[in-house]
Design a protein around this ligand. Structure first.
Ligand code: 13P
Length: 255
């Protein structure tokens, strides 16, 4: 089954609205027309309106938030709702990133609520899963990933899966410069797809896009995208430079 690759920048807590102007001026110069990959820019809440405005109706590039409240509105100081993200033109919401899980205590049941709120608002979740080094070395890789998928995707229908992207990000490869080998990433993502098959059936598993994330760079993107179960990337550090992110996208297009 052919799946259109999706390559996303996760700027994390970097790139101010003013810096986004410079970045996107450079990046959008390269990507104006439709290309055979979906490109996503994941910006902070304050940078999102500027990013969405600059990107405009672009056939290749869309915008992602990096988190969202599952609550619709009300007394939740510091939180941001689906309606607010919709209002500024957000298409995707990155959910359950390992930094949200480990630094802010997000668990699968909260992430699951956010997945449902994102879908209900007509946006697309990019659901992050991944194991720590300790879990991998302790033989818990498969149980950890299965639990994250089952918990975060509870009560999601097979039809709704068409709007969900999974990002496999081994925690030990995030921001460390240590990339999973293409074999490790492929083997794990094949396993992730087998879990999706158990949960939703073969058609959904075959159609779901699974990104790899963790120290993706221009130098390793080509080999990674060549793996049959890697359908794109979620890129942190190397996406902070528009030229380097453009090279990763080009590797995906050449893929
Ligand atoms: P790095 O690409 O900096 O390792 O970050 C990966 C990541 O966490 C993307 O969400």
């Amino acid at each position: 089954m052919s799946r259109k690759p999706i390559i996303a920048a996760n700027w994390k807590m970097n790139v101010t609205p003013s810096e986004a102007v410079t970045y996107l001026d450079s990046f959008l110069g390269t990507f104006k027309e439709a290309v055979p990959v979906d490109i996503v820019i994941g910006a902070s809440f304050v940078t999102l309106p500027k990013a969405a405005e600059l990107i405009g109706p672009n056939p290749a590039v869309s915008v992602a938030a990096q988190n969202m409240s599952h609550e619709a509105s009300g007394a939740f100081t510091g939180e941001t709702s689906a309606a607010m993200l919709n209002d500024v033109g957000v298409d995707y919401v990155i959910l359950g990133h390992s930094e949200r899980r480990s630094l802010y205590g997000e668990c699968d049941s909260v992430i699951n609520k956010k997945v449902h709120a994102t879908l209900a608002a007509g946006m697309k979740p990019i659901l992050c899963i991944g194991e720590s080094l300790e879990e991998r070395e302790g033989g818990k890789l498969e149980s950890v990933l299965s639990e994250q998928l089952e918990g975060s995707l509870a009560d999601v229908s097979a039809e709704q899966m068409a709007d969900i992207v999974i990002a496999y990000e081994p925690v030990w490869a995030i921001g460390t410069g240590v990339t999973a080998t293409s074999e490790q990433a492929q083997d794990t993502q094949k396993f992730v797809r087998s879990v999706l098959e158990k949960l939703f059936g073969g058609d959904v598993a075959g159609a779901t896009r699974i990104q790899y994330g963790g120290s993706v760079k221009p130098g390793n993107a080509g080999e990674l995208i060549g793996q049959p179960d890697i359908d794109g990337f979620l890129v942190g550090g190397a996406a902070l430079d528009p030229t380097s992110f453009a090279e990763i996208v080009s590797a995906g297009i050449a893929g």
